[in-house]
Structures are given as C-alpha cells and as structure tokens.
Design a protein around this ligand. Structure first.
Ligand SMILES: NC(=O)c1ccc[n+]([C@@H]2O[C@H](COP(=O)([O-])OP(=O)(O)OC[C@H]3O[C@@H](n4cnc5c(N)ncnc54)[C@H](O)[C@@H]3O)[C@@H](O)[C@H]2O)c1
Length: 368
C-alpha cells in the first residue's frame, strides 16, 4: 500500500488527479490537504475512500504529520488568483503569493523522507520576462520571471533541485479544459470558451498575436500519475505543453463553434509577445497526450451553452377515460411510443409519494 498526499486537491488540477486516484484509493492510502472546504467535493473524496484534511501548507506541524511517511506527494497547493500584469500587483498580494509558495513548499520538503517522491507543477510564466519571441524553449534555458507568481515558481524549482529529495518538476503551459471547478475560468482558453458560450465578445489584446503554450487539463493530471509510477525517472524537470498557438487562433476555434461571437482586436497591455516551450523531453519518456484544444473548446462551449431540449418524448395528448374515485383522480396520457413493461407500485396506506416524469430518463410510472 502506497501513501499518497495531494496538496491543493480541491483545485482545478487536483480535482482531475483525484478522479484518476479514485480507481486506486481502495489499495493506496490517499490524503488530500486543502485549506478550502467544498462540501460536495469533500463528500466525493470520502465516497472514494480518500482522507480529506482541511489545512494549510503553512502549518508546519500539520504538514509534518501527514507528509513524514508519505511515499508520494503531489504538491498542487498554491495561490493562483494572481496579478498577470504589473499594474495589477500590490506588495501585500505579492508577499502572500511568495510566502505560500516558498514557505509552504519548504515545509513539505522538510517533512518528507528521502524515499518520498515529490511531484510539483511549475509554470511557463517563469519566462514572462523574455523580450523577444522565443519558440521551443528547452528545460535548460535560463528563467526570466518578473511578477510574484513567476518569481515564486522559479524559487520553487531551485528549492526542489537543492533539496536532495527525489523530485519531478512539471513546467506546465496554460492549462485548458472543462471542469466543475469554477476557479480557473480565468485561464485564457477557458475564459474564451466561456465567453463564446454566452455569445459574448472576445477581446484580443495587442491583436491576439501573443503566442502561448497550452496543455489539456486531463493530460496534466495523467502526467502526475505517470510520474508517480515511473520509478526510473527522478530528479528531473520537464516542460509539459502540447499546443503552441496564438491567442487569435484560440479565438478563431471559439468562433468556429459559435459563429455568433465577435472578435475585437485591442491595444491593451500584454506582458510579452509570447514564447513557447518544447515538449521533446516529456515525449521521450513515453508519455502520450490524449486530448486536444479543438475538442476541449467545443466541449466547454457545448456544456456552458443553452441546451436545446427535445420535447418529442413528452406526452403529446391528454387521453380519455380518467379514473376517478374517493382517493382522487388518475389522468391518462397518450405517450409517443409503445409501452412494453408496466411496473406495479403497491403503495402503503397513508404513505403518499410523487414521481416526476422526465422526458430525458424516459421513466414511466403507473400508480394505483
Ligand atoms: N492551471 C494552470 O494553468 C497552471 C499552470 C501552471 C502551473 N499551475 C500550478 O498548478 C498548481 C495547481 O493549479 P490549479 O490550476 O489546480 O489551481 P487552483 O487554484 O484551482 O488549486 C490550488 C488549490 O490549492 C489550495 N490552496 C491554496 N493555498 C493553500 C494553502 N496555503 N494551503 C493549502 N491549500 C491551499 C486552494 O484552495 C486550491 O484548491 C498551482 O501550483 C499552480 O500554480 C497551474
């Protein structure tokens, strides 16, 4: 039995990772630590036989208690509601982002044993300071962070490399994909798909010419699991990106699936002209991407758009010969299809119940 800790397990990526582990949690001991408490998600984790601890990674004692004998730590906890451009920054916000990232990660590194493998995301934003467009950046390229989030990710990379512990760093592109989590709708591809689902206008800062490396959500979660299983891959950093596209190309995919939307090019501030990360190293490990941008955007727009409900399955006409006695009335409806099974419900005296007929489930109930 492996002991696996997932910090930040209630988040966007953590939720997907927990879904994957729900197939393993009857053999392995899975503990999710998050400082939020989302009732529905916690209940789901409990039903999957996972342990949930509401706690903060800044709480050294708590982290020590749960991480000291862990075999694997997927360290996803961190502040992600962060300034994207200088004008949004404040020293208060920056200090907190830095504290949670650096102190929180150090608490975990101090707690885990030398046999434990820690798998942690970094981010493509460690290159946000690049002034000229650069493509296919490999893992050894010097980082250029500017804002607090990028800086804290670069510090985290160094912390892991210097820790002497067994680590994997996955430098993620911008993650996209449908999720029931609401927090990461701010990510560009998700935000565009959401706006498109509402027939809105997509504003393309600096004409949408910025290039970006993106990666599908479920593939990110799969890669964390993949790295947990690969005993021969240790003390390594990988770029984890799949598609390299311009912001305008993402908007055009949205327009393909909802032609009603408008694309408006603007001159707003962008942090850089863009860059892309090479995924050659991760592909060499045998890891395969299974999802793609076009399908994911289509799925998000579809799931967030107004649904066309098929009314054909509802009753079409009120029938004749209603049954009436002291107890009330049973009306009689003509259905649009032949009935081949009738279930008999023997209700107990004094026990009243109501069953609604849904056109989707095609349930048919005859009371007596
Ligand atoms: N989503 C992306 O595009 C992307 C890209 C690169 C890197 N990452 C990194 O991946 C990780 C997970 O990202 P996500 O998109 O799932 O973000 P998220 O915000 O959805 O999830 C982070 C989770 O961490 C929890 N958390 C925050 N501070 C905590 C603390 N002090 N103690 C305990 N829990 C805390 C939050 O409650 C949240 O559930 C983050 O480190 C993020 O920086 C994400």
């Amino acid at each position: 039995m492996k002991k696996i800790v997932i910090t930040g397990g209630l988040g966007y990526i953590g939720t997907e990772l927990c879904k994957i582990y729900s197939g393993y949690s009857w053999n392995d001991k899975i503990t999710v630590i998050d400082n939020r408490f989302i009732s529905e998600r916690v209940n789901q984790l409990r039903n999957w036989n996972m342990n949930f601890v509401q706690g903060d990674i800044l709480d050294k004692e708590l982290i020590n208690k749960y991480c000291k004998d862990a075999d694997i730590v997927h360290h996803l906890a961190g502040i992600t509601d962060v300034p994207r451009v200088k004008s949004e920054s404040s020293s208060e916000k920056d200090d907190l982002i830095n504290k949670v990232a650096v102190e929180g990660t150090q608490n975990i590194l101090d707690a885990i044993s030398n046999n434990c493998k820690i798998i942690m995301p970094s981010s493509h934003v460690v290159y946000e300071g690049l002034e000229t467009i650069k493509k296919d950046i490999n893992e050894n390229e010097k980082t250029y962070p500017v804002l607090s989030y990028g800086k804290s990710k670069a510090i985290n990379e160094d912390q892991l490399k210097k820790s002497g512990k067994n680590y994997i760093i996955l430098r993620l592109g911008s993650v996209y994909g449908y999720s029931t989590d609401t927090a990461r709708i701010d990510i560009m591809a998700n935000f565009f798909a959401k706006t498109a689902s509402q027939n809105g206008t997509l504003r393309l800062f600096a004409g949408g010419k910025q290039i970006k490396s993106l990666v599908p959500l479920i593939d990110v979660a799969r890669c964390f699991k993949f790295m947990e299983e690969k005993k021969d891959i240790n003390k390594e950093l990988f770029n984890l990106t799949k598609d390299t596209v311009t912001v305008k190309q993402v908007a055009e995919i949205c327009k393909k699936y909802n032609p009603k939307i408008n694309l408006r090019e603007t001159n707003d501030e962008i942090p850089n002209l863009g860059f892309s990360l090479s995924n050659k190293k991760i592909l060499k490990t045998g890891f395969k991407f299974l999802y793609n941008l076009d399908e994911s955007i289509k799925e998000m727009i579809f799931k967030w758009s107004k649904l066309k409900i098929t009314r054909d399955l509802e009753h079409v006409r009120k029938g004749e010969k209603e049954f009436i006695d002291l107890r009330g009335k049973i009306s009689n409806h003509e259905l649009p299809e032949p009935i081949n099974l009738i279930g008999l419900i023997d209700s107990k005296k004094g026990n009243s119940s109501r069953k609604s007929l849904s056109p989707h489930t095609r349930t048919k109930v005859f009371g007596h």
